[in-house]
Design a protein around this ligand. Sequence first.
Ligand SMILES: Nc1ncnc2c1ncn2[C@@H]1O[C@H](COP(=O)(O)OP(=O)(O)OP(=O)(O)O)[C@@H](O)[C@H]1O
Length: 331
Amino acid sequence: MSESVNAAAARHEGGEPVIRAVGLEKRYGSFTAVDRVTFDVRKGEVFGLLGPNGAGKTTTMEMMEGLRRPDGGSAFVAGYDTQKELKKVKQVIGVQLQSTSLFDLLKVKEIVRMYASFYPSSVPIQPLLQDMILEEKKNDRVKHLSGGQKQRLAIALALVNDPQVIFLDEPTTGLDPQARRTLWDIILKLKARGKTIVLSTHYMDEAHVLCDRICLMDRGKVIALDTPERLVRSLHSDSAVEFRLPQLEAAPPEGGERDRVLGLLRGVCGVKRVEAREEVYVLYTDQLQSTLTDWIALAEKNGLRFADLRTRSATLEDVFIHMTGRSLRES
Ligand SMILES: Nc1ncnc2c1ncn2[C@@H]1O[C@H](COP(=O)(O)OP(=O)(O)OP(=O)(O)O)[C@@H](O)[C@H]1O
């Protein structure tokens, strides 16, 4: 991570930090899974770790939770050092692990009671199940729950000790859209109650909807950290124009035709950046109308026939592509 990003990541503009990650590092042999990761999480915010598979999100989270020992750096939660004061840390955090192996044969209420018994004090179980929309399922065995219900149960278990800070590791992976939205509502309600939430995800729409700030990670490093709006604004292009050029799809790659067209596209009025991915050309612009008009005239003049033209707003996915040259999915 460059010094300037590091400094920006470490800076907190108001708001009390409840978590501090300071130069966290984790290595497996010669492979660096987490590389000097530094940031603060403010009290009451939803803080997202967004990145592709293998970016180091889970490892970073587990070092903050005290579950994995860093090879360098430190993490503090509510002022407690996660390596030296783990007992204190455990009292203030709730953790939903990526693959919670719930006891299949237990009933929902039994497993929640069992988890509650691990703590000196716990929240009342009935309202907790109601909040997680599991009240009707309390007498069902875990193995009979749907994916979304299992995830909500995993979150209920993370909440039994009424933690200040909740860690959610890819809470909606594998869920259908309806179940994802139900979980989003639950997460936003937890935030409304003042909980601090650290969430990892590789869904940019989820990060955009839920997170106050997003730490964009790639290959173990923090590559950007800001609000979703400011990250997108950093592109200086609020729109994207996408299309295919079928006549180029048949052209030999070494013929130079694609390079010639890319050159033309870079000269279209208002275009800040051009991407060509899997036969789809993307023009990033902050002057949508001028770009469209100019592109259509230029295509006409140069005998280029476009197909599947569409315009859309720029997204966090575009920010990631801009910074890494890869998409969140293909990384
Ligand atoms: N115990 C381990 N031994 C060796 N390599 C590991 C170990 N744990 C994680 N890694 C590697 O470290 C990198 C970061 O893994 P991590 O699980 O933190 O990524 P992630 O961003 O959470 O990805 P995912 O979305 O797939 O969970 C990956 O390349 C992973 O293969």
